[in-house]
Design a protein. Sequence first.
Length: 501
Amino acid sequence: MLFNSFSFLIFFPVVVLVYFIIPKKIRYIWLLIASYYFYMSWNAKYALLIAFSTFVTWLSGILLGRYQQAGRDKTVCKWIVAGSFIVNLSILGFFKYFDFALQNVNLILSRFGIAVIEKPFDFILPVGISFYTFQALSYTVDVYRQDIEPEKNILKYALFVSFFPQLVAGPIERSKNLLIQIGRMDEISHKELFDCSRIAGGLMIMLWGFFQKMVIADRIAVLVDTVFDAWYFYGTVELVIAAVAFSIQIYCDFASYSTIAIGAAKVMGFDLMENFNTPYFARSIQDFWRRWHISLSTWFKDYLYIPLGGNRCGRLRRHINIMITFLVSGLWHGASWHYVVWGGIHGLYQVIGAQTRSFRDRIYAKLDTKTDSFSYRFGQGMITFVLTTFAWIFFRAQSLTQACSYIKRIFTKPDWWVLSDNSIYKLGLKLPEMNILFTSLLIMLCVSLVRYKYEEALDTFLAKQCLWFQWLVVAVLFAFIFLFGIYGPGYDASQFIYFQF
């Protein structure tokens, strides 16, 4: 079930209404049923996978709690954690990476003239498997580290793993946040739950997410798909425009899902972690990853980078740890080499940045560079955006070969005349659509500037404004979504990009 579908338009109000009126002791059961229904609307049989992952990680938490309480040898606890990881990552690896592994094995075999291995079966990648697997595994580690007590109620824990707003595309929640809130559900009275200001704030956040998805992301996707699907027909200007457009598309598409999820959870009284914080205002690649897909970047930091040694080792080892983390992050995004290269590029950015930092500081000092000036900060932001946009080409391309050919064509097929002959209006979007897109991007830029300057979410900022201004913003967003929203071919809901991960 997609957020931007008619089904969700019925599903969500029904779930919330029932949630508000039923006895507080059974609220978590109702949300668990709703969450599994939400997930099973894609493929009912794959609910068995999430249920199995839930049971394995819940059981590992119970066993860890018992052994730790008894003061047993930590070796046993480490084996329990290892077992939980092996089982869950094996499931993830089988469904997500089996085809990728088989293709590479066959490529190697063909080089030696050995017959390739036939694919024994076909299956569909379960929606959201990368997200809920990481969320469940983080619970195992948190219990092992004694950051949280084991959850004895398996149904409450199952709701933590399957909570429908963020189930299939994040944010990847931590047990120290969401599971604790679930455990306290039965302590909240109906009066506290029905907080009009909180509900209005949650709906506002959802509305902003729908604006990002249906007005911007799905519209600019037309331009991106037009160029990337036939990149060999275009020259420098169109290819650069499409690359920049994809940077905007993937941000609006992915951030919109997280925004709608955060808003939906807030309506029901849950606070999910922030997942995006104006990432294209970042002044370095390191800063970019503090702002982009925060739940995943912090997951890799806490559960991979730091266990590898993090910054507590020598410079060479630290750089190796960074590269491993980003290569794994790239592979997490997709079973293809162009995703791995995308992750590796970001790792190299960080390593090169760290290696040249002292040199750059000396140059700035000698040139008396005003590093606190607007021009300097703006320049840093532009360089960071160019670097991330370059890397996004590898992410969007269908293969590593296509990405390299795309980049080569940017530098070898100049066509500056298209800037004056209206050729850019032949990239899938005509003049009226372009005008709508530019207006929508201007609105998003204004909101992002407020977010960046005041460090406040849209609903928090609006809550401080006068009532007429709040309603004006709501009316403008609603009008744009209703009049200019893109509903997909045949008015079908357009899928979110990160569902494939």
